[in-house]
Design a protein around this ligand. Structure first.
Ligand code: PNS
Length: 171
């Protein structure tokens, strides 16, 4: 194997709220799975915050979206991300960077996480251009106002949003 095609040794985690997972997230996860031997996508429990999808459903939707990626696993965490990184044996946190607006917050978190767990590094991947404007909160907003979001999300998420809409219309 040439040096260029060699994967980084070890495990990376891709954390997020994933409420719901969208194609921008998937772009980062797919690219992380090329770079690292093992990738664990970890959904944050975000206790105390209301989410559209409860944690088990967010995890199931991630699982469906990454089913084609052999070296990708799905897990969840409550509490500090560095504790989760330690638990799964990760050497890196991989996140997407959409714009300069993301940068300041990501830099701050990367530095704090490194301070708490010096063995961990944050790898920020530039989001692909066609996913640069996507965010779960905008997708939820467009969906809540009756818009079609199927071009932004994996098929399983589009179906889940559709059935959620039917359910809320019947209530
Ligand atoms: O999808 P999001 O909302 O951008 O994900 C943010 C997330 C969950 C990755 C971030 O809030 C996080 O790492 N939360 C865990 C709590 C934690 O470790 N806080 C200290 C960060 S320095």
């Amino acid at each position: 194997m040439s040096e260029l095609s060699a994967k980084a040794q070890g495990t990376a985690i891709c954390p997020g709220t994933f409420d719901p997972i969208h194609l921008g997230h998937l772009d980062i996860i797919e690219r992380a799975s090329v770079l690292f031997e093992r990738v664990v996508v970890v959904a944050a429990a975000v206790s105390g915050k209301r989410t559209l999808f409860p944690l088990p459903e967010r995890e199931a939707l991630i699982r469906a979206a990454v089913a084609h990626l052999e070296n990708v696993e799905v897990d969840s965490f409550d509490g500090l991300l560095v504790d989760c990184a330690r638990r799964v044996g990760a050497m890196a946190i991989v996140k997407g960077l959409r714009s300069v607006d993301d940068f300041q917050h990501e830099q701050q978190m990367a530095m704090m996480n490194r301070r708490m767990l010096p063995e961990i590094d944050t790898v920020l991947l530039m989001t692909s251009p066609d996913a640069q404007y996507m965010s779960s909160s905008l997708i939820r907003e467009i969906w809540a106002l009756g818009g079609d979001v199927s071009e932004f999300v994996p098929p399983a998420v589009a179906e889940a949003l559709e059935s959620e809409r039917h359910q809320s219309q019947q209530e």
